[in-house]
Unconditional design. Sequence first.
Length: 455
Amino acid sequence: MLMYSENVGVEKHQKSPEFRLWSRKLIHTVIESVLVSIQEHMRNGIKLRCADGADRLCFPVLCEYIADMEEQWLLTCLKKSSCPKCYFGINLEEMAGNHKCRVSDSIGHCRTDAEASRIRFALQNDEMEPQAVYALGYHEDTPFSVNYPLGGILNAVGPDLLHQVSKCFMDYLLTVWILPLMQKYWAKRKTSAKNLEIEIDSRFALIPGYPNLRRFANGIFTDNHHWTVHEYKAMMKVIMGTLVGICPPEGLMLVREYMHIHRLSHYAVHSDKTLGWLRSAIDTFWKILKAPGGVFIQNDLVTEDYVPPPRLHYFHHYAQSVMEKGALPSYSTDRTEIWHKPLKSAYRRSNKNKVHIERYILMEQTRISAFQAMVEELDLDETQGKGTGSDQSQSIDSGVKSSGRMAPPLQIISRTNSMNCTTRQYHTLLLREQSLGLNVIGRVGHCAPRERKQS
């Protein structure tokens, strides 16, 4: 048993290789146990009735696993900075000549689950050195999908638009390349970096209003604010207009190509023509950034042998992912990040104390779950009988008046789903809530009943 104390505890060993190996194995064991019920059907198939009425033998396949880069490295048992789709940044020819890596000469350019299993099997049989396996980006432990007959986790992970092309707009494009380029450009004209930021913020603040257009009244640099991805996307709509006249032409060209990549990658439907546009925008973006003798190399912002971080390198796999699995927004983490909001909201309402924060968040989720359980246990038929308005008003509460009709349905919104609630149900819930010592009604969905107006 792992004991938490001042001298011995998990927190003392989190950075050790043994703990990281144990942590990865634990997570993969849990995921494998959750999906164990469908592994038999992956091998033998399961008869399902299709839309045309015919029964067919179907084989489940792990198609897509929505995850950001950190989660993809954990799920695929790859070391950080490795690309889950290819051997980017690894000199395979040099490794092929190494006598300690005798099977690397047959390694392809793209990673596959079968190839990863073969490399780890060679490590177990002493056909490869651990250093050679790690140089290829693999950890020695196997992922949960190692025994899947069709597909695997390397094939299942894919691009994540939220943490890649959307967040890198500020993390890399503006902060690392465009703003430093403009600062060095205007420093030669005796304009300080502070005055340059004030000018950019003033331009953002003076953008004319338009429907669905966010106005940044305090700018984006002088305002010390944690921007969200939705705000990044609002900046992208006006970024070209704010930079014209103060950004060098090469910088504007780079921003333009990045906007093309962002827009084309978010298309819900693609054709061969649009995929060609996407590939062209990505190639042009890197050509401008790493152009020999270009302004970015001249100002030491990048080098000719610049190796982009994995989030930016993933751009090269966008078009292929669309061809294999469809439009990219359908498996981006935009679809799952929304479920973090209840936890973040509970954290903001807490006292931020590390000792009590986990307990407080758990209490908040327990209250919501208890309230939802009460809603689901209600007998809906009880309130559907034919009763007069006076009977309803007397049986519910003397302070709630009725017009002789059943009160309109009330929307109760919870973390998991939503359902309708009538006036009688609301007051029943209120009484049961008070008896259980809970206090969630009115805070979960603001579901107090209102009287229907006479037409």
